[in-house]
Design a protein around this ligand. Structure first.
Ligand SMILES: C[S@@+](CC[C@H](N)C(=O)[O-])C[C@H]1O[C@@H](n2cnc3c(N)ncnc32)[C@H](O)[C@@H]1O
Length: 441
């Protein structure tokens, strides 16, 4: 299986050239066969149509079984949106196993995203992902979710199969989804037929992308929030500016060459705590919003607090078993339940004893309100204290989000003594300590 790169002779690897040269039979999609025409003299050539992908794999296997050396060719890297996957599937279905008489090898090639990137500057020098907009074999919700996740995570995105004669709206939808998280002027490079005769390059803004000339042979590269265009070159900074002075090359104060950034993994949690110390008035919701990170990450940073690096007036401890905690909560009397949805907060006063857990549903019904919680979503809980203000219980979902919270009620400047004692006991009995990772004895 041979990937011959974007299409030009010069960009084919030596190994790919050798593999084709040593083959008795070359099999491929008609257009691909044309692109390697100069290597085919004296060889048996089998051309197949675009839709005959499985035929190409079966044919390759049949020819190899006859004892011939076969090159199944594909553009770019044959293992990237290419024939390598279906070929292995056909081989396995036919009973082939590695080590059998027929040897199988995948010869790598330069894939479209690197070929196209090389023509427009250096757009992929930081984390990127590729997404194919072809919904011929992939359901659209899967594609839309990937676009959304990539957009939110600020990946540079390479779109393969962005548009065809029939598939014209996928690129419009992709643009709409990306614009939810990216600025309208985010740089986009549209590269058509890279390293082929009709090569063309367009540099546009994200909000112009869907209107542009895009086809079956285009790859679209969409920048992240730091990508810029200068002199028609699209560059995604590698991040050196975070660490080194541009002029002197010296590491910024607090940074060291060869070491994680001060806001690397350990530094990041410390940074959250320092923010909490410096802004004692901030609610946890405000902190989550400020850092644009899931709630769970902020709570985990608070949990890491030590005497010399406190989290301001916050303390937090995770509880693995939310059901055990709920059983404790039932004895704490008057509580305040808080349920948030985007743009709205519901607060209700209730008695812990009235919370009823029936399988996947936690409910409480009074004549003034009904509270129904999808308990199936709760994976664990946190006990969170804001000293002198709040003793809360956060029930968490599996994406690090808060599903709902309960808090002790303050009356006459303090908490009910029995409820506060119960809360402290739960902290000690059910909380997971950092040192051991185990529940306290
Ligand atoms: C089925 S995928 C094959 C990808 C190929 N195996 C690779 O690694 O590049 C076809 C898509 O690859 C991209 N593509 C392939 N060759 C290209 C080229 N020379 N210039 C720009 N895009 C290309 C286009 O997005 C096209 O729709």
């Amino acid at each position: 299986m041979v990937g011959f790169g974007p299409g030009s002779k010069e960009d084919m690897t030596y190994r790919a050239r050798e593999a084709i040269a040593s083959a008795d039979v070359v099999i491929g999609y008609t257009t691909y066969i044309k692109l390697v025409a100069d290597l085919l003299e004296g060889k048996e050539v089998i051309r197949k149509g675009m839709t005959e992908e499985i035929d190409r794999c079966v044919e390759a296997y049949e020819q190899a079984k006859m004892g011939k050396v076969v090159a199944l060719v594909s553009s770019g890297d044959i293992g990237i949106y290419g024939m390598a996957g279906p070929t292995y599937e056909v081989l396995f279905q036919s009973g082939w196993r590695p080590g059998d008489d027929i040897e199988v090898e995948v010869v790598t090639g330069s894939t479209a995203l690197s070929a196209c990137s090389s023509l427009v500057g250096a757009p992929l020098t930081h984390d990127f992902c590729s997404i194919s907009l072809s919904d011929l074999l992939t359901p659209w919700p899967v594609i839309a979710n990937r676009l959304l996740a990539a957009a939110r995570a600020d990946f540079v995105v390479a779109l393969y199969n962005p548009k065809s004669g029939r598939r014209t709206q996928q690129i419009v939808e992709a643009q709409r989804i990306l614009l939810q998280y990216r600025k309208a002027d985010t740089p986009v490079a549209i590269v058509k037929s890279a390293y082929r005769r009709r090569q063309s390059i367009l540099m546009v803004r994200l909000d112009e992308m869907a209107e542009c000339d895009i086809g079956m042979l285009s790859t679209v590269l969409i920048g992240n929030s730091s990508t810029f265009v200068r002199d028609n070159l699209m560059i995604t900074p590698r991040g050196y500016a975070n660490k080194y002075d541009k002029l002197t090359g010296e590491a910024h104060e607090g940074e060291r060459a060869g070491r994680s950034l001060s806001i690397g993994l350990t530094g990041w949690k410390s940074c959250v705590r320092s923010y909490l110390r410096d802004s004692p008035g901030s609610s946890l919701q405000a902190v989550v919003k400020y850092f644009d990170m899931p709630f769970e990450e902020i709570l985990s940073a608070i949990h890491g607090a030590v005497a010399e690096d406190t989290a301001g007036n916050y303390l937090a401890i995770p509880v693995r078993d939310p059901v055990l905690l709920l059983n404790e909560v039932r004895n704490w009397g008057q509580l305040r339940a808080v349920v948030r949805s985007e743009g709205a907060v519901g607060e209700m006063m209730l008695d812990g004893a009235d919370l009823n857990l029936h399988g996947e549903r936690l409910s409480l019904e009074t004549k003034n309100f009904h509270l129904h919680v999808d308990w199936g979503r709760i994976v664990h809980a946190w006990l969170v204290i804001r000293t002198g203000q709040n003793h809360g219980v956060y029930f968490m979902g599996n994406q690090g989000e808060v599903v709902f919270t309960l808090a002790l009620v303050r009356q006459n400047g303090g908490f009910d003594t029995a409820a506060e004692r119960g809360y402290r006991q739960a902290w000690e009995r059910l909380g997971v300590t950092r040192e051991t990772g185990h529940e306290c004895a």
